[in-house]
Design a protein around this ligand. Structure first.
Ligand code: UT7
Length: 331
């Protein structure tokens, strides 16, 4: 009997939501002791989007999801799983996934959040592929939605200039004969977690523990060390993924890396010896949106990088945890 052709992941639709409020470097000059020149030369960021009170992670995730579903020509009732990568859910529970599911009207569909900081979306893609390949799901909504403006200390120039808000969503379908995700690599190292963290102040306990100094509830980062680790981890992970796929870097049409700092992206492509012009960049417009960076970049890279069916695209991310992940996909 002839063997069944394999089913793989196909990106059937993408969508984004970016708050309309643009905060420029000049705006930040009025807030902290910084300059447009410092931010631009050290990070490549010119501006970022900052949410209004109404534009929560749920709100932005819903809007991005609706666009992705419309492009995929699917409705919420077609979904078998909703995954949301976020470090800024509106509440611990219900999860952002449950909130988004309710707004979409996807009653009954399993929904949960996953948290791997800036690597969250690529982690989600890897997870989704397992369900699609096994046949446990046919249509999966994967969202990255972040409202980082709510967790930065706006008095701290070391961090507040770096982050932004936004959401991206993809609808992933299992499609016969589609190779989709060719290979991946993911990992974590909790032993260096103090280099980049966002504590939960409630986690120190209430009645049962003696009063402790307030844990900071804003992002804390050892920028220089994180920079070095990000470049190494993303380069090494990319190489492992390409090796697993048996694909040479010159056969990759486009690299979409996490958008934290243009100098990290430049150092990564230098280390990989990959042509800079084939690396997608939008950090100048949005800053670091954590788990939302890669889905927003995926949405924009299709037309901007003129991606064609069959093109190989390498996704690679690094973030708090520490976590890293890379995935080679076929467009
Ligand atoms: O998404 C998770 C991953 N996150 C990242 O990948 C971020 C990784 N790190 C970075 O992108 C960079 O390390 C930063 C952009 C955060 C900082 O750039 P840097 O070149 O490593 O600068 P630095 O931290 O060594 O700071 C250099 C100087 C310091 O002053 P002194 O000590 O030399 O007098 C800082 O206080 O720049 C100062 N500085 C600023 N000056 C003006 C730090 N932030 C600012 C600022 N404006 N916003």
């Amino acid at each position: 009997m002839p063997s069944q052709p394999e089913s793989g992941l196909h990106i059937a639709g993408t969508g984004v939501y970016l708050p309309s409020r643009i905060v420029t470097n000049q705006d930040l000059e009025k807030l902290v002791d910084t300059t447009d020149e410092w931010i631009l030369t050290r990070t490549g960021i010119k501006e970022r989007r900052i949410s209004s009170e109404q534009e929560t992670s749920t709100f932005m995730g819903v809007a991005a999801s609706k666009q992705a579903l419309a492009q995929a020509q699917l409705s919420a009732s077609d979904l078998d799983l909703i995954l949301v990568a976020t470090v800024t859910p509106d509440s611990f529970f219900p999860s952002a996934a449950c909130r988004i599911s309710a707004e979409l009207g996807a009653t009954g569909c399993p929904a949960f959040d996953l948290q791997a900081a800036c690597s969250g979306f690529v982690y989600g893609l890897i997870l989704a592929e397992q369900f699609l390949r096994s046949g446990a799901a046919k249509n999966i909504l994967l969202v990255g939605s972040e409202r980082l403006s709510s967790v930065v200390d706006w008095r701290d120039r070391n961090t507040c200039v770096l982050f932004g808000d936004g959401a991206g969503a993809v609808v992933l379908r299992s499609q016969t004969g589609c190779r989709g995700l060719l290979a991946f690599d993911w990992g974590a190292d909790g032993s260096s977690s103090d280099l980049l963290h966002l504590h939960n102040p409630q986690a120190r306990g209430r009645a049962t523990q003696p009063p402790a100094p307030l844990a900071p509830d804003c992002i804390v980062m050892a920028g220089k060390e994180i920079f070095k680790q990000a470049v190494h981890a993303m380069a090494d992970s990319s190489k492992r993924t390409l090796k697993k796929a048996g694909v040479q870097l010159e056969d990759v049409k486009c690299v979409i890396s996490h958008q934290a700092n243009i100098r990290i992206i430049d150092a990564l492509v230098d280390k990989l010896k990959f042509p800079r012009e084939r690396c997608f960049v939008n950090v100048h417009k949005y800053g670091n949106m954590s788990a939302a960076c890669i889905p927003v970049a995926l949405h924009e890279a299709g037309p901007e990088m003129k991606l064609q069916k069959g093109d190989k695209v390498l996704l690679v991310a690094f973030g708090g945890g520490l976590t890293w992940a890379s995935a080679l996909i076929e467009w």
